[in-house]
Design a protein around this ligand. Structure first.
Ligand code: HPA
Ligand code: ZN
Length: 330
């Protein structure tokens, strides 16, 4: 099964590129940029990754990215991840990035865009890996700032496959971001949003109705609302589920308790993703393997999940046909 899951062409729709920063690279970049880290070793960093909820993770996630300063840093971060993902049989990566978290540290948008763009071209050329870019707004900061960032991103609108919404969910409902998502809609930029990770089913409804999203990131808490489940099934709304993330952030106690089997049984359009692989104990392959161990799924189930991601990916139809062919041959 490990061979099959490695071979299976996996498209990743939910990844925070800043969350792919492994402790080894964190130390190397800290040294390169003269940044002091509150850890003595890579082992100490890993030992600190014991989270009680989303916020306890976000605190370390924002601290970790403080080593990223130059375009070269963003390039190295992304290439480091793309190489690992490629080795695990990932064929397409859609990465969220958090411009506000960098702007707040004095790192300007062109620096981030230059580094990520360079890495994307290199990944296509050297690894045959296609990538997409999702500019995320931080929902625990104010909506005016999000709007300002979207306007500041004007030179890059063409390069954005979508805008997203992430960070601390509770108390930061979709309503807060109606204006910025409406602006993105008028610009013709697709929208996605985290919803129903820690927040209630109402946040999933809000993301669909008020923000016009085409996918829900996480969405695992939809099961608390049967009418919503029926709607997600009828509309075949894609859920980008992140199994290991949900365990590490205590959305569920154990993977065996995860709602994934119920989501599938309900006929929902589920995909598997890694979210923040450096913080949550593994990338795409580890997420697939963990599900195999927890749920004993057969190859057909994993094929279906991989196929769902290919059908929902932000790729042109020529690339989608290639990805479908890879899946058929796996
Ligand atoms: O798992 C997450 N949830 C919300 N915001 C995030 N930003 C990075 N990772 C996450
Ligand atoms: Zn996420």
């Amino acid at each position: 099964m490990r061979d099959f899951l490695t071979r299976l062409p996996k498209a990743e729709l939910h990844l925070h590129i800043e969350g792919s920063l492994e402790p080894e690279l964190m130390f190397a970049l800290a040294e390169r940029n003269g940044v002091a880290l509150p850890y003595a070793s890579v082992e100490e960093v890993r030992a600190a990754y014991d989270f009680s909820d989303l916020q306890s993770f976000l605190d370390l996630y924002y601290q970790g990215m403080s080593v990223l300063h130059t375009a070269e840093d963003f390039h190295d971060l992304a290439m480091d991840y793309f190489r690992r993902a490629h080795a695990e049989g990932v064929v397409h990566v859609e990465m969220h990035f958090d411009p506000q978290a960098h702007l707040a540290r004095g790192v300007e948008l062109p620096v981030v865009m230059e580094g990520l763009s360079l890495a994307r071209r290199e990944a296509a050329r050297e690894l045959g890996l296609s990538t997409a870019l999702i500019m995320a707004f931080l929902r625990d900061r104010d909506a005016e700032e999000a709007l300002k960032v979207l306007e500041e991103a004007a030179p890059y609108w063409e390069m954005l496959d979508a805008v997203g919404l992430d960070s601390a969910e509770q108390g930061n409902p979709p309503e807060k971001f109606v204006e910025v998502f409406e602006r993105a809609r008028r610009l013709g930029i697709p929208r996605v949003a985290h919803a129903g990770e820690e927040g209630p089913p109402a946040y999933i409804r809000g993301a669909l109705d008020l923000l016009g999203v085409c996918r829900i990131d996480h969405g695992v808490r939809c099961l608390g609302d049967p009418a919503l489940v029926a709607r997600l099934r009828d509309e075949q709304t894609v859920l980008t589920v992140c199994p290991l993330s949900n365990v590490r952030l205590r959305v569920v106690d154990r993977l065996e308790d995860h709602p994934l089997p119920r989501l599938l049984a309900e006929g929902l359009n589920v995909t598997l993703n890694s979210d923040d692989p450096a913080y949550f104990g593994g990338g795409m392959l580890e997420n697939f393997l963990a599900c195999q161990r927890a749920f004993d799924w057969d190859e057909a189930t994993f094929r279906r999940l991989a196929g769902n991601a290919i059908e929902a990916a932000f790729v042109d139809e020529a690339r989608r046909d290639e990805l479908r062919r890879l899946l058929a041959e796996a």
